[in-house]
Ligand binder design. Sequence first.
Ligand SMILES: [Zn+2]
Length: 217
Amino acid sequence: MVSEAKEHDSCISEIDSIRRIGKMAVDLGLVVGSGGNISILLPEEQAFVITGTGTQLDNLDQDSFAKVALDGEILSNGVKPSSEFRVHLAAYQSRPDISVCIHLHPQKSVLLAALGLEVKFLTIDHVYYLRKVSSIPWIQSGTKEIADAVFRELKSSNVIILENHGCVVVGSGPEIAFSRALNLEEAADLTLQSRLVGIEPNPVPPAYWAYLEEKGL
Ligand SMILES: [Zn+2]
C-alpha cells in the first residue's frame, strides 16, 4: 500500500476536499457512509480519482481512492474504484467544464421523485445553485446504460435525480458541486413541506432569474 500512497501524493489537496465533502454528506444525512461515491478531476493527468468500492464516505483516507483515466482505463493498483465509476467517467466525458462529480442518496429528493413531484425552487440559493433538476427513470447501477443516461442529461443540467436511487451533481469545484447537493435536498424538503400544508408556495420571482442572466451568473 506504500506505492498507493505515493501514487496519490500529487493530488493530496484534491483528495482532502473529497474527504471533507464525504464527511459532511454523511453527517448531514445525504447518504449512509457506504452508499455514495465522489470523484475529482486531475486535469494534468487526464484522469480522476474516485472513492474506492466498499469505502465509507465519512472515513476516507489516502488509501480509499482509485485513479481512472478519462479513456476508462483503471490506473490504480490495489484499490478498486466504486462500482459507479462509469457514471463519473461519463460525467467528465460529457462536461469538460466540470472537475467534481458527487453521487449521494438524499432521501427527500428521492421521495419527491418517487411521488412524481417536481422540486420547487423556493429560495434564491435554490435557483442559483440548481437552475434545473433533471430526472432519470430507474436503471440498474453500475451499468453502461445508466452512465449513458447521465452523459446525456448532464449536457443540459448540473443536477440529476436517479429515480428510486439517489442523485448525481457536478460542478467546476468541490464547493459548488456540494452546494448543489445541499440545495437539492433543501428544495426537496421545502417542496414536501409545502405539500403537507396543502398550500402552493410562491416561487422565486422571474426577476431573480433575469438578474442572473443579466449578470452572466
Ligand atoms: Zn448509489
